[in-house]
Ligand binder design. Sequence first.
Ligand code: ADP
Ligand code: ASP
Ligand code: MG
Length: 409
Amino acid sequence: MLIVQKYGGTSVGDLERIQNVARRVRRVRDAGHQVVVVVSAMSGETDSLVAMANALSPLPPEREMDMLLSTGERKTIALLAIALTAMGTPSQAFTGRQVGIETDSAHTRARIERISGERLRKSLAEGYVPVVAGFQGINAQSDVTTLGRGGSDLTAVAVAAAIQADRCDIYTDVDGVYTADPRIVSNARKLDRIAFEEMLELASLGAKVLQTRSVLFAMRHGVPVQVLSSFTDQPGTLVTKEDAEMEQLSVSGVTYDRNQAKVTITDVPDQPGVASRLFKAISDANIMIDMIIQNVGHDGCTDISFTIPRTDVAKLRSHMGTIRLDGSPLTIDVDDRIAKVSAVGVGMRSHSGVATRMFDTLAQNGVNIKMISTSEIKISCVIDERYTELAVRALHDAFELGVVPGGTS
Ligand code: ADP
Ligand code: ASP
Ligand code: MG
């Protein structure tokens, strides 16, 4: 079999762990499989590079950020290839550029446009274990790009599609996808299988165990993905097409996202074209908007609130600073002490009452809801960040997702 294995930051967090990864890779190869490995930067490395840049500038140029951030993964590919070779398993390290990962030019969140699998196939044919730097590619000008935080997952899935691997195994620091973040909810339950669509919602609503775009890519290209622990040999979670064997609970997971900020623009003229101008400016700045609320108008004016990633607040202020709707600058209010909690489940399509139970549960716990958004398979509420853990645990209990004490599931 041809297997792509991806190891995240914690799994390659120090030299001992890198050796542990090398042993795991060697074991699979010795069992007769061909392996391509994708690795992240050591845990904390990308964050510390971001902090260094921010210490020099509140809004560092994104092209230069990518140059900086891509160094984290360069270090781990070389170290892992050295460790493997030292154990008698010949290995070659490759940057994104070397394996032909071509992206668009949206620095810090680039999209993969093409991967030429040629160099990887050659390396495999020559008997090496190729170790590929996650999270990075190059654009048409040969400038380094990165694929958004958590982007090594995307590299792994895209490489698996490019070389038509039989499997893409994502090794991390938990042994699968759970009904909620197991670090917050102690009785969260590991799912044996999960549908792509459901995983996509969980990921986009904050379950960072898989990067959202990697799930989308796997879904589109039919790449079977497994999430497993690099520290144990427990079976993981298979992410696959929805099938009849999957449990049909109304809610299958609860997530939280603390990376959002609520922005309110006050006293904008209540006229046609205003929302379009505001949101065009935001999308031109490549900022992803999530929830939007327009309040009831007063004296010909209205307030518009929306949520954006917290990391984009400085960029938003700089882009909106030049907009004049009625001659004066916009009044922009930012609340970044918020969190978004969500209940997700494809079963919601056929179960009613999920929203009511969610609102009741938050109310019973004294948690005020600031914004709400719903879709066919999810309900999200923006709340005060202080109550994140309380809300996630209460919702997980209310939807009866936990492991039953003494039970089998
Ligand atoms: P890696 O560095 O391996 O890419 P991440 O930190 O990106 O790992 O993702 C793994 C983390 O995701 C876990 O440590 C866990 O705290 C978190 N997580 C959040 N929600 C979930 C969930 N529903 N199931 C499993 N893990 C989750
Ligand atoms: N090192 C990058 C990050 O921390 C990519 C990844 O780990 O997947 O976001
Ligand atoms: Mg990750």
